[in-house]
Each structure stands twice: as C-alpha cells, then as structure tokens.
Design a protein around this ligand. Sequence first.
Ligand code: SAM
Ligand code: SF4
Length: 391
Amino acid sequence: MQCALYDAGRCRSCQWLARPVDEQLAAKTADLQQLMAAFPVREWRTPVSGPEQGFRNKAKMVVSGSVEKPLLGMLHRDGTPEDLCDCPLYPAAFAPIFATLKPFIARAGLTPYSVARRRGELKYLLLTGSRLDGGMMLRFVLRSENKLAQLRAALPWLQAQLPQLKVITANIQPVHMAIMEGETEIALTEQQALAERFNDVPLWIRPRSFFQTNPAVAARLYATAREWVRELPVRHMWDLFCGVGGFGLHCATQEMRLTGIEISPEAIACAKQSAARLGLTRLQFQALDSTRFATAQDDVPDLVLVNPPRRGVGGALCDYLARMAPRWIIYSSCNARTMAKDIALLPGYRVARVQLFDMFPHTAHYEVLTLLIRADLAVDHCSARRRDAVI
Ligand SMILES: C[S@@+](CC[C@H](N)C(=O)[O-])C[C@H]1O[C@@H](n2cnc3c(N)ncnc32)[C@H](O)[C@@H]1O
Ligand code: SF4
C-alpha cells in the first residue's frame, strides 16, 4: 500500500508498511507458530485477511494548530503536530467529514488544546463510521464544559452539512495527560447509539463501548466462531469480555442459553438492544468483571468463549476454567503472547484449531481464534475422526 505520509517520514505508525502484505502475513504466521510451539495444534486454518486500505472504521484525531487553521492527526514525540486527514487507512467517506470539521471548529470557536501551554478546549475528535448505512458517530473531547453552549449553538450548521452524523456527543476530559477520554459524556443528539450490522447480526456502537476497528475482518472472525460453535453440541455458553456482544449474538440460537459478561455498562446496553432486536430470549448480558462473575458460578457451561484485552485472561480465570473444565474453550485474542501464557495454565486442554485474522494490516499485530478441547474429549474426537471425520 502507498502512503504519502509514510513516504515523507511524517507518520510511521504502520511499522510494516514497506513490506508487501503476503510477506506481513507470513511473518505473523511464523510468530504465531513460534508462540504456539509448546502446544501441538491439530489443525492450522488458512489465515483470513481483508482490504489493505480504507478498512478502519474509527479515527482518533488529536486536534492541534489554531482555531482558524486546525490540524487533525497526531503529535510527534517532540510535540510537533501532524495532520493525518489523508491517512489511507480511513474509508473515503471520512474525507468530507474532516474537511467540514475544520471550518466548523472556527465557527464554534473551539480553540484546539495546546499540550505545551495547557490552554485551549478541543483535545480530540473521535469519529466512527458504520458500514450499514454510512451513519457516523462523532465525539468532541473537550477540556471542560466552558465551550459547550457555543458547540451546541453551532451544531445545527454541522448537522445540515453532514446529515450522516447520527450520533454526536461531547466527552469532558479535564486531566492533562495522554488519556483520550474522560468519565463524562454529554449527548448532543437524540440518537445515542449507531446502528451497525455484521453478517446478519444487528450491532450497536455507543460512545464508551469497545467496537472492533476492522469491520471486514471482524465480521469474518464472528462468522468463524459461529461456525465452530455450531459444529459442537453446545446448549449453554458464556461470552466473556463480550463488548457489544458480537461473538455471543452470532453464536446464539433460540434454544441455546448464553450469558455475555462485560465491564462496560454502555457496551452491555448495546448487546441487550441487539438481543431484543433478534428476539433471543435465552440470551442475557450483564455488566460485571468476567473473573468475578465466573468464579461465583458453580454451574459451568458447555463452552466458554473469551476475548480479553491485550493483557489476556489472567491466572485467576484460567485457574477457575482449569478446575471447572468446560468441554470447550474458544479463545479470541489480539495478543498471542498472553494467549499462549494463558493456554499454558490450562494443561487439561488440547489445541484443536487455530486461525489467524489479519485485523491490523501493516503492523506486527494480529487477531487469533483458537479452539481448545478438554483432553478427555480430544482423545474421543481423535478416534471419532478416524471413524467418521468429526472435527
Ligand atoms: C478485545 S475487547 C473484545 C470485545 C468484544 N468481544 C468484541 O468482539 O468486540 C475486550 C473487552 O473486554 C472488556 N473488559 C476489560 N476488562 C474487563 C473485565 N475485567 N471484565 C469484563 N470485561 C472486561 C473491555 O471493555 C472490552 O470490551
Ligand atoms: S497510520 Fe496512516 S498515515 Fe500513518 S503510516 Fe499508517 S497509513 Fe500512513
């Protein structure tokens, strides 16, 4: 992929940009194989990749420069601003939004925040797009509520220019640190969740909920998890670290009991909205810590799906899973290092299947989906496979 900003040395966020994508994929596969070397893998599935460019549904723009001439992008280590509106990772639909936001910042008098001088109001612009209908969510991250009235007064102009902005909010982040978001989110539109759809599953995106940033590959990831679950006699499953419910909502059937657990109440609100839309009544979602939830249960489901943040599942939850021994575990990870550490804490399981999803092209990162089978069943499955080729 060509990126003029990379070529000019103005942005090097994509460390692997100079390598062809097939070479990137080979290097990621080799990394994953090396991390999984301690565990015999019964089946390596072909890696899944998506488009090379225009694949990101989210832009996190640092606002700098002046109110008349704002820059949207990032700050270099020495504090120099860089405008990244032409970053080729964003879909074409983002360009008119950035182009309209620049004069809007002047109209609304939203002075960009200066890190060096600790002055100004507008810190970040966070834009998320939906593939469903081109709708978008825009969040203004402000230092305080001082300019909120000005922002509200100027907003009708922006909405007239950009009717695709369905959800608009102000997030208040008073702390002088690199933290992107504060605790207070103020809705500026009636609509507060952005509608998305992956495969045939309705999903919702709210301001303070995690949502996958590469929709093409994430849709394949969820569909693959669904295929794997549907091949097994699963009547009861958990979706831990469920976010807005992508995995659980794909895997659930009318008959299956499914509990989704996630720490963010906003994400849980999205997941519940989707479940209601699908008419799935045996599905429940709760805003809780995954380890706390799991370790308080005596009853273990047939299958536990986990999709933790980069730090992994951790010792306490692995110990619980090792002790309670569900028949199957599906582990979706954006950090194969921590996943391998967690698998080492599950000696009673065999690795049945591994598949790499190239969710973060042009970087060393990738997503991986792993199916673990309890060792006693893995033996049964092996003999069954010889008999009738099941799994
Ligand atoms: C990698 S994201 C996956 C989200 C979701 N499975 C998806 O596909 O979008 C990890 C999620 O774990 C949540 N999380 C972080 N710590 C948690 C905890 N202790 N208990 C439950 N969820 C947690 C985050 O809010 C985030 O939504
Ligand atoms: S993040 Fe965008 S601008 Fe920066 S190197 Fe990657 S493609 Fe280029």
